[in-house]
Design a protein around this ligand. Structure first.
Ligand SMILES: Nc1ncnc2c1ncn2[C@@H]1O[C@H](COP(=O)(O)OP(=O)(O)O)[C@@H](O)[C@H]1O
Ligand SMILES: [Mg+2]
Length: 237
């Protein structure tokens, strides 16, 4: 069977010389689809994202993008290959303006970035109004828009988001999910960690439940939402 577009395949590894956090963990996403990773705090969701992005030594297993083994590549080389990553924390430059944040996101590009900036403003119109405001003055939801917009500036083929809706209201969460669906419809794959498990699985083509660095459940979003064990243990019944 052909590989998914992006796959972290049976990854094991941890931080520095510390113990393994991931134990044969597999996460993957197909072209233009949305894959969602859920699981309890400390399960290793962020660690798995870092492993896929090259910020962790993968001791065993591999990461492949479009069939190519990229396990040995630096994060910057992965960006050049078409990967964008929005980490869980410190994902914007608060003292810079919204537009400067977007410009920083395009640091690897040598071509004209104005068209992409306009595309980000079309996706998130509020950012156009606030383009000259310091990003740190924005609301939580608007900051997350800046973070996602910044990652889109490299025109990625796959966008990795670690808890993009952390700390925002349910309405803002719904809006952000709608925008993420819109991005996926343009053909960009989305690999996303979410603590709003139920809502995220609703929009997921594929879902993963991680527990203690291992895959506990995997299936379509609808499969997981319907699974009695997943519901009882991870979705609050
Ligand atoms: N930079 C780090 N150095 C050492 N251990 C870490 C680091 N970041 C996370 N961990 C440990 O890795 C485990 C998984 O954490 P994490 O991947 O952040 O979980 P999650 O994102 O699912 O809440 C935890 O035990 C955590 O303490
Ligand atoms: Mg995390």
């Amino acid at each position: 069977m052909a590989d998914p577009f992006l796959i972290g395949d049976a990854m094991s590894g941890g931080y520095g010389s510390g113990p393994d956090i991931l134990h044969g963990c597999t996460i993957a996403v197909e072209k233009g689809q949305i894959a969602v990773i859920v699981g309890p705090n400390g399960a290793g969701k962020s660690t798995a994202m870092k492993a896929v992005f090259g910020m962790l030594n993968v001791r065993d297993g591999a990461v492949r993008l479009a069939g190519e083994d990229i396990t040995g590549l630096t994060p910057q080389a992965r960006v050049a290959k078409g990967m964008g990553f929005v980490p869980q924390t410190s994902n914007i430059f608060t003292s810079m303006t919204v537009e400067e944040n977007l410009e920083m996101g395009a640091f690897l590009r040598r071509d004209d970035i104005m068209t992409t900036i306009e595309q980000v403003y079309d996706l998130f119109p509020i950012l156009r109004n606030k383009r000259n405001q310091a990003a740190g003055e924005l609301s939580g939801g608007q900051r997350q828009q800046v973070a996602v917009g910044r990652a889109l500036m490299t025109q990625p083929k796959v966008l990795m988001l670690d808890e993009p809706t952390a700390g925002v209201s349910p309405i803002v969460m719904d809006e952000l999910f709608d925008r993420i669906i819109e991005v996926a419809r343009t053909g960009i794959s989305i690999l996303m960690v979410e603590q709003n498990a139920r809502q995220a699985l609703e929009i997921a083509d594929k879902g993963y439940v991680l527990v203690q660095g291992r895959n506990a459940f995997a299936g379509t979003g609808q499969d997981l939402l319907a699974d009695p064990e997943v519901r009882k243990s991870f979705l609050g019944g």
